[in-house]
Design a protein around this ligand. Structure first.
Ligand code: BDP
Length: 708
């Protein structure tokens, strides 16, 4: 039987009818009636989700009753409701804290039941989603025993959405926020977006681009934001806005935005007051300042701490927080760009007010396919540091390339900073188990837009999903997360799960290989960041140019960041700094990040660096070819519509992997002057061909015409 076509709109919340007779009988026995305590908007959201999902999976409505009366009730509620039964269960639920819950197969008044209990409505809703996940992923229902809670308090999506509905680095259509129709018209997508986020524990969203427009802080827009907050609130989601640092000048008519100027401080205080009049549970501001031309406190010779603290003081009476980004670099500063965030922020450790978090990109450069973790993690132990991952794959093939980012993020989170000796992982900085800061946060730059499938491709949904799950618990394994997502999104068939999981798990190393192997970075085309451009040397400023990063010459390739070079290694704790400073102990996958390496250097494989570079580039292409074959093998189990979309994108990915590989190999060969080993295909075209390729001017989806 062929599966009915799906667009992907339903994400991982598909709740398809269960055809397997055994499983269907099991669920029928475990879900004879539904009891959801309370009538808050959040309890109603949980009840509606469960009722709709169970009806769809069973093919019949189950009764919603006020009290359990027979075997097989699903009972959801807070401990205070008294409905969720026994004391030990209540004690467990309490231990899980805010947002935490237990899901347990148990007995209530002599009847078999599944109980979802929490101390709070949002926790009970998360528990309901966890139960639905267990059902969708085929977990046995007779002995459920889940106790879980979020390890990170703010789990946030950052939308880089502009007020004209364009999306910076968005590859999935336009912005979801229909500003011109708000507040009177509420798109049904807002609700589905909130459900999807809540189902993975996301509890905050920044609606607007970090390259901010001050107008979002005006009453006209605040009324629109309040309407969105009205939809999101039931799902436990708080709204943040980006604050343009110069807003007091642009909106307030002041002559300055100096954070120490009393009039400026008063302006922000009254703006905050007004925001909270519209949105009483407003989360706070996300700020990009003195970065890439954005205004900031340094325009007035004040520090990042002065700027952040001024906004923090404005929000403090209302309980709001400032999330201040550490993504700063300046072309007036002559040092290695990757050192600058640390140089700026490390000296400010301890100077930020209590309601400030510093948001740090995972690596010290800019969301490249592979970077070492940012040395700020672990270095600022008196300041809450938020992780910033990029879900939208600006540098990793954007909408079309299949790249599962869970693997990348796991690598970052598991990295050991050695800040307090061995075991001081980045995850432990983020969840504060290492640093003990009261506030914790993880943010992901959203990949969501108006495309029917939300994220531009079916597999990009997995990255939204994985982000939420890792923000909930940074110790989760990306493989386990992939497993859940595949089961909910495609199928529980073991062969399908195994095959797709394999595709996903190899996909990240594939993209590293065909774009930037062995620690290369930032060698993509300028502006749109799509496709290879290692030859670019005039991208406006030196540290935007690929040649600045790869430094290929006839002697070798790579950026010397040892003490004899930029000494960026010095920003890491021992023993990492020594490990990275020494070419022999540097992990090979970061070799060219830290060293300028002779072409004839011997890699662990025994190959010369040049041969190894060609081997990695070729392996990237080969892996994509294998991914295509593997995808073909699951065809019978996937609906035609989604199958075909993924399949056609894999064709693009294979072409473009080869384009990347051939262009890079041609280009670097000019410097190595060594032959391409006979066992690898020669590039399809000479370098001049790639140099002359021009991508069409499509701002949203830059893509070169097929070239093979
Ligand atoms: C870079 C993007 C740019 C963003 C910037 C940022 O190319 O569009 O504005 O990051 O994070 O990756 O602020």
């Amino acid at each position: 039987m062929t599966a009915p076509n799906e667009t992907g709109y339903d994400l991982w919340l598909r709740y398809r009818h269960i055809d397997d007779g055994r499983r269907s009988a099991e669920l029928r026995g475990a879900a004879t009636e539904l009891v959801v305590a309370g009538d808050s908007p959040t309890s109603r959201a949980a009840r509606d989700e469960l009722a709709t999902a169970l009806a769809a999976m069973l093919g019949t409505q189950i009764p919603i009753v006020p009290k359990p009366s027979r075997d097989g009730a699903i009972i959801v509620g807070t401990v205070a409701s008294g409905l969720v039964g026994s004391l030990p269960l209540a004690a467990n639920a309490r231990r899980e804290g805010t947002g935490g819950f237990v899901v347990r197969s148990t007995s209530v008044n002599g009847h078999r039941a599944i109980v979802v209990a929490s101390t709070n409505d949002v926790g009970a809703m998360y528990g309901a989603f966890a139960l639905l996940r267990a059902i969708q992923t085929n977990a046995p229902l007779a002995n459920l025993s889940i106790a879980d809670h979020p390890r990170v308090k703010l789990r946030m999506l950052d939308h880089w959405d502009n007020l004209d509905r364009s999306v910076e680095r968005g590859y999935a259509g336009r912005s979801l926020w229909e500003w011109s129709k708000l507040p009177d018209t509420l798109s049904s997508r807002y609700h589905d977006y909130a459900r999807a986020n809540a189902s993975i524990g996301i509890n905050a969203v920044a609606l607007t681009n970090v390259n901010a427009n001050a107008r979002v802080l005006t009453p006209d827009y605040l009324a629109k934001v309040a309407a969105l907050a009205g939809v999101f609130r039931a799902y436990g989601i708080q709204i943040f806005l980006t604050a343009r640092f110069s807003a007091p000048i642009e909106l307030g008519g002041l002559k300055t935005a100096d954070p120490l100027d009393p009039a400026v401080r008063a302006w922000w205080a009254s703006r905050a007051h007004e925001i909270y009049r519209f949105i009483p549970d407003f989360g706070g501001f996300l700020v990009k300042a003195n970065s890439e031309g954005q205004p900031g406190p340094q325009d007035y010779r004040r520090s990042h701490a002065d700027g952040a603290n001024m906004l923090a003081d404005a929000l403090q009476p209302h309980g709001g927080v400032v999330i201040w980004r550490a993504f700063v670099y300046s072309n007036e500063v002559p040092t290695d760009r990757i050192k600058q965030a640390y140089d700026e922020f490390k000296p400010l450790d301890g100077q930020f007010h209590e309601n400030v978090l510093i948001q740090v990109k995972n690596g010290p450069l800019d969301f490249q396919p592979r970077e070492p973790f940012s040395p700020l993690f672990g270095a600022m132990q008196h300041t809450p540091l938020a992780m910033e991952f990029q879900i939208t794959k600006e540098y990793l093939g954007q909408d079309t390339h299949l790249v599962y980012l869970g693997a990348e993020w796991e690598e970052v989170l598991k990295s050991d900073t050695y800040a307090r000796g061995k075991g001081s992982t980045v995850a432990r900085v983020i969840d504060s188990s290492l640093t003990n800061t009261a506030r914790t946060a993880m943010a992901g730059v959203s990949n969501v837009g108006t495309d029917t499938n939300w994220t531009g491709s079916q597999f990009n949904q997995a990255n939204w999903y994985a982000f939420g799950r890792l923000a909930w618990n940074p110790e989760l394994s990306s493989r386990d997360i992939a497993d859940e997502w595949i089961r909910m999104t495609f199928s529980n068939d073991p062969t399908v799960v195994r095959t797709i999981e394999h595709i996903m798990m190899v996909s990240r190393e594939a993209v590293v290989n065909y774009m930037t192997p062995l620690g290369l970075a930032h060698i993509m085309a300028t502006n749109h960041h799509y496709g290879p451009g290692p030859w670019v040397s005039n991208a406006g400023r030196p540290d935007w140019s690929p040649t600045y990063y790869h430094r290929a010459d006839t002697l070798g390739i790579g950026f010397d960041r040892t003490p004899s070079g930029s000494d960026a290694v010095e920003q890491y704790f021992s023993p990492l700094r020594e490990r990275f400073a020494n070419i022999d102990s540097t992990p090979e996958n970061l070799l060219l990040w830290f060293h300028h390496v002779p072409w004839t250097y011997r890699l662990h494989s025994g190959q010369t660096l040049w041969d190894g570079l060609v081997a990695h580039y070729s392996a990237g292409v080969d892996t994509v070819r294998a991914m295509r074959r593997e995808w073909q093998s699951v065809k019978p189990a996937i609906d035609a519509e989604r199958f075909a979309q993924v399949d056609s994108f894999l064709v693009i990915q294979e072409h473009e992997a080869k384009w990347w590989r051939d262009a890079a190999v041609d280009y670097f060969q000019q410097f190595s002057r060594m032959p391409i080993p006979a066992r690898y295909e020669p590039p399809a075209h000479p370098l001049s061909f790639y140099l002359e390729l021009r991508c069409p001017l499509d701002r949203d989806k830059p893509r070169c015409p097929p070239i093979y």
